[in-house]
Design a protein. Structure first.
Length: 717
């Protein structure tokens, strides 16, 4: 070892003497002395900076000076220390003043049978060497050389082998892989089984990173800033880690990396241990429109769409979008169209490069309960507070009463108006409670919780009662009155209030009585005392009444002596026709191709396709059509075979489930067949043994229940 170290030192000095005369040459510091330890067999070796064997892997040490190092070998159970090899004597291993690179190998033996294992070395880049420095158990694996290399060694199981890396000129060590990791000089392996390590050597020169961008987007990172349709390159530090970021332009989506990068994430990390090439692809976003018909909503893929709306979103090409339908009515069902596949409330859309359109049609079910909050109004002084809240009206004076309270649907925005009895706005003093922040005579509230409101006016809170009476078929409304016979409401003293007479269908307003007079339908009353009014209505003898038919979904309603009322898949339609009083009108529901009749509402009920309406007064009927779960797509075909007659049925199903086909002849079941199906166009075959008249019934059991389709066929003899 001393001669080897001396030769290296001499070479270093000779190189230094070649420097130009005129300045003192810079002499590189001599490398520190090192010691590699290996264990053949089962045992341990310990010493200064060394703890090697039996799973301990501190088998390499570099010393900062030239200390004396003595190694001690300890045999494992059932094993005996035999001898030292390499830079140690057979009996002892001692270095009085360690220098240069040294290797010590301790050999242990046993009388028991032993197994062997192989330690292998591979070079990820052939620009360096991996060696163990041993003479009797050598590993000397080098790349880029014509000489033979020793890249594997078979030894007793339980041995510990140690190798060190040495890069070629112009390269540096990039790291271990396999049974070792990290970038340390040495790699020690406990050989409990076959093990392999690899070493990577990296050029000290910079490496070129080339990026190509396809489509509308940019890629940045590591000195690269590359725009749409460009190819860019930049030199990167050797073995550096570069993070690239893909950013799509407006209207585009990132669709994936290629070459040294992969995947759909917008960032990619590249290890520059060699020249690398990366591609980034961008593609135009694809429009997806969703139309909601009926009572419900659809969400997913950036879309949130409610009843009666058509909503759009842009989706990434070559992606999959899942839409979820939420019926607003308990027990309601949804019928999809335009989905790649659909099951119950879920619609899966496979996005390609062309625009897509989906329709969700809701039908059936009971409306959900509506959340409401209580609004209570209190008044002091001579004035009143008024507001229209949905179908109810707030009209509150100091006398309190039913007009001072209302139940308001959650989320409703309403405006309360404070009206002084004198008509002078200055006689309004202030709001209190939920309206205390308002200073004018109006207060706007959004009902997210129960609310109490107070309004204060000048005066002594005097009120007078306004009474209303209706004669005939009509109503009086306004100033807290809402009556079809008799009603009363307190009024602030001196207030001028307006009431309105409204005739019912088929009636006419003939005039006021009491405090009001004339035939104009509105009347203003000055409440200087208690007042009463009468509204009189006359009923004409009607000869006809309107029938209004509403169609939701793709289908037609045919009625007696009127034009058909036709609905489309994406919208509803309403038709009205006058019929003589007393006539019975028969309505017939006819679904469009691929749709089914879901049921009647209004003056008709149930799911039978016909309904009779007696026109005693104005009537309204609703008909709902939804996408059919099961529909015939062609006529049955019959082919005679050796086994009988093979019947083929053609149909399409709109949901996943199981179908059962039953063949009956003379009311007896003669053949059956069952099969699982997914949405799409299908055909099903059944062999019948002999001629005759048959009824074939196909039943689909799926997420929305049971659906049937029937054929009648005759097979001649």
């Amino acid at each position: 070892m001393g001669g080897k170290a001396a030769a290296v030192a001499c070479a270093a000095v000779s190189g230094a003497l070649l420097l130009g005369a005129g300045s003192a040459p810079a002499v590189a510091a001599a490398p520190p002395p090192t010691l590699k330890v290996e264990v053949i067999g089962v045992g341990t070796v310990s010493g200064t900076g060394i703890d090697c064997g039996a799973g301990n892997l501190t088998c390499y040490s570099a010393y900062g000076s030239s200390p004396a190092v003595t190694l001690t070998a300890t045999a494992g159970s059932g094993w005996t220390f035999d001898h030292w090899e390499d830079d140690c004597g057979p009996a002892t291993c001692s270095f009085p003043a360690i220098s240069g690179d040294n290797t010590a190998t301790a050999v242990f033996t046993t009388s028991a049978a032993v197994q062997t294992a192989t330690f292998g070395v591979s070079l990820a880049a052939a620009h360096g060497a991996v060696t163990n420095g041993s003479t009797d158990y050598p590993i000397d694996c080098a790349g880029g050389t014509a000489t033979a290399t020793q890249c594997s060694l078979t030894a007793v199981q339980g041995s510990t082998l140690t190798v060190a890396e040495q890069p070629d000129a112009g390269y540096f060590f990039g790291g271990w892989a396999g049974a070792c990791s990290g970038t340390g000089v040495s790699c020690a392996v406990y050989l409990g089984a076959d093990k392999t390590v690899s070493a990577n050597f990296v050029s000290t020169a910079s490496q070129t990173l080339t990026v190509t961008v396809s489509g509308g987007g940019t890629v940045t990172g590591g000195g690269v800033s590359c725009g749409a349709g460009s190819t860019c390159d930049a030199p990167e530090p050797p073995n550096s880690t570069i993070t690239l970021t893909a950013t799509p332009q407006s209207g585009y989506a990132f669709t994936g990396w290629g070459n040294a990068c992969s995947g759909l994430q917008t960032t990619c990390t590249v290890q520059m241990d060699a020249a690398r090439t990366v591609t980034a692809d961008f593609a135009p976003l694809v429009p997806l429109s969703v139309t909601v018909s009926g009572t419900g909503s659809v969400s997913g893929g950036g879309i949130g769409c409610d009843s009666g709306q058509t909503c759009t979103a842009n989706e990434a090409p070559n992606s999959t979008v899942t839409l979820t339908a939420s019926p607003a009515n308990t027990g309601g069902v949804v019928f999809w169209s335009g989905c790649s596949s659909a099951s119950g409330t879920l619609c899966t859309v496979t996005v390609g490069t062309s625009p897509l359109a989906v329709t969700a049609t809701f039908s059936g079910g009971a409306p959900p309960p509506v959340a409401t909050f209580a609004l209570n109004v209190g008044v002091t002084g001579d004035g009143y507070v008024t507001s229209t809240v949905g179908s109810a009206t707030v009209y509150c004076t100091a006398a309190d009463g039913p007009g001072c309270a209302a139940n308001v649907q959650s989320g409703t925005s309403l405006t309360l108006t404070a009206v002084p009895a004198s008509g002078t706005s200055g006689d309004f003093i202030s709001w209190g409670g939920a309206c205390s922040a308002f200073t004018s005579t109006t207060c706007t509230l959004t009902m997210t919780a129960a609310a109490n409101v107070q309004a204060r006016f000048v005066g002594s809170s005097t009120t007078y009662v306004l009474s209303g009476q209706v004669v005939g078929n009509g109503t009086i409304a306004g100033a807290g009155l809402n009556c079809g016979s008799t009603c009363t409401a307190p009024q602030a003293a001196s207030a001028r209030v307006t009431i309105t007479a409204s005739p019912a269908f088929g009636a006419t307003f003939t005039g006021w009585g009491g405090t009001c007079s004339g035939t104009i339908s509105t009347c203003t009353v000055s409440m200087t005392q208690a007042r009463s009014v009468t509204a009189t209505f006359a009923t004409a003898s009607a000869t006809s009444a309107p029938l209004t038919v509403g169609v939701a979904g793709a289908g037609t309603v045919r009625a007696t002596a009127s034009t058909d009322c036709v609905g489309k898949a994406a919208r509803s339609n309403t038709c009205t026709h006058e019929y003589p009083i007393g006539q019975t009108v028969t309505l017939t529901a006819a679904p469009a191709a691929g749709y089914a009749f879901a049921g009647w509402t209004g003056a008709c009920a149930g799911k039978k396709k016909t309904c009779a309406v007696s026109m005693t007064t104005a009537k309204t009927v609703g008909a709902t059509f939804g996408r059919a779960a099961l529909v015939a797509t062609g006529r049955p075909t019959v082919v005679k075979t050796a086994a009988g007659f093979r019947v083929t049925l053609h149909f399409a199903d709109a949901e996943r489930g199981r179908v059962k086909l039953v063949a009956r002849r003379a009311a007896r079941t003669v053949a059956t067949r069952t099969s699982g199906v997914t949405p799409g166009r299908r055909k099903l075959t059944l062999t019948l043994a002999r001629p005759g008249r048959y009824v074939l019934v196909l039943t689909l059991t799926g997420a929305t229940g049971r659906h049937t389709l029937a054929w009648r066929i005759t097979i001649p003899a």
